[in-house]
Design a protein around this ligand. Sequence first.
Ligand code: ATP
Ligand code: MG
Length: 407
Amino acid sequence: MYDRILVRYGDLTLKGKNKRVFVERVNALIREKIDNPNVKLEQRHDRLFLVLNGEDYNEVLEGLNKVSGLSSYSLVSKSERDIDSISKNALDLIKSELKGKKVTFKVESKRSDKIYPIKSPEISKQVAGYVLKNTDNLIVDVHNPEVTLTVEVRLEAAFVYISKIKGMGGFPVGVAGKGLLMLSGGIDSPVAGFLAMKQGIRIEAIHFESTPLTSIESAQKVIDLTEKLSVFAPSSKIKLHMVPFQKIHVALLDYIPESYNITIMRRMMYRIAQSIAIKNKCLVLLNGESVGQVASQTLQSMSVITEVTSMPIIRPLSTYDKLDIIKISKEIGCYKTSIKPFEDCCTVYVPKKPTTAPKLRRAFEYEAKYDFAELLNEAVRDTKTVIITHKEHLDITMKGLVVGEVL
Ligand code: ATP
Ligand code: MG
């Protein structure tokens, strides 16, 4: 029944060159995620038609759901140009899409062929009349309809569409530059990474792994989550930097008072993250912090922790409710992996009473108790980088990526 898909771009308030870059980038992503040379892209001003040429539209829609920068799409049905064929086609479409649901509706028509014998308002009237006569679930509302059936008469054929499938929105991934995502095995950071990509930021990921203090499975979880996120990435690839954090972890446990352990640990993470970000030309750091969630995420903690970096930090979830985060986590297919019960470096050792109001001068004082600079340099130097893609599952023990396995 469906001949093509009409695709509406996301934020096209952009002008001039920016708009061109946006459209080119989105189109490239669409080609890549659909990955079917039979489906042709037909650009018409601010819209795009995907001509299916007999291909399964469900597969194409699945591809479109991985493309950031699209506001919505509609399945389009083709018919002969005479008004009877158009009307019948419109009725079939309404029946199959609405399945008897009661809605208000109107018909809108466009003619790109101006010689067509019936004018647009008259096409609308006739098609609406036919559809109304043959259904009992529609009420006309020309001002604020729930469903708009659009008829387009072109030289080669006539087209009708109603469905509006919501797209991901945002900007095509990559247009905003590159950021480094601090990725743990939890629920939040993969969601933060997804939201960053949705906003146009290409990501690389960094994970601080403390094997053998923590299990190899917890590091594998991070790889699995990166695989899930790579679905949305350009070329379906994400670079993952595995930082050997175990020695720092042990030094923190040995030298830092318990209540400041997490504060200092996170200062160390930020220092390393900034250094890896600069090396890899990432302009911002990204993470899954959400205000108030845990002791290290009070405003005072955040301020003492991020004192160590000058790089901008984007926290896509900073004001999100946990339930909303979980909802997105499920939608992007990460949730089941995220809740697997392996300890990560922040859960293996949970101080009984972490401070929620750390003082900067205390942080300085405690950090001076040990020569962390040496360990930090070593961690950056020994960081291992791997390219992850959902197209090929990576088993962590195969690549020598973590410290744990060699001990
Ligand atoms: P998440 O649910 O994302 O795992 P969390 O609830 O465990 O986070 P924290 O442990 O306070 O919360 O971590 C806050 C953020 O710090 C995480 O969202 C992540 O961005 C980053 N982070 C924490 N641990 C690591 C790690 N081992 N490697 C990389 N980033 C980390
Ligand atoms: Mg969290």
